[in-house]
Design a protein around this ligand. Sequence first.
Ligand SMILES: [Zn+2]
Length: 190
Amino acid sequence: MDGLLAEPEVIACGEIGLDYYHEGAAKDVQRSGLLKQLEIAAARKRPILIHCRGTQEGMDAWDDLFAVLEEHWSRTGLGGVMHCFGGGWEQARRSLEMGFLISFAGNLTYPKAQPLRDVAAKLPLDRILVETDAPWLAPMPDRGKRNEPAWVARTAETLAAQLGVEPAEIALATTKNFERLFGLKSGMGN
Ligand SMILES: [Zn+2]
């Protein structure tokens, strides 16, 4: 990872994080891996892209994640993205406090995702992103199919409806947010 982050084109470190949902590495192994990855990202001054998924029951992974980030990341001021956000308001609030952007994928459009949409409705426009997570998480009505980048527009439309703005405003805001976090200026969205 350090070798990759040495390249100027590699603008972020991720996905990194904690996943207690899938049966994989033990929690302590994940945590120590994350710590090492944070060290590498901080030394290379890159924002991080966080993947965080708890067990079916709860927010255990989030609690562990925030404990690590508050101790080892907040002070870097580099920020990052909560990728494919699936937490509740408490997790969103703590993410905002730490300077993270909150990124939504196609699951925002799913019928049972009203709690997630309720969280989205409370977010400031200058802290949101949309993403595909392709090939996963195709938005409605293509749920279950191989996701396509073009369909991210539907996630943006859903987000726009929650925030009471036009989809074009979401497009502009998410582009600006992306460019600000990564210190880029593409000229897009003008
Ligand atoms: Zn992920």
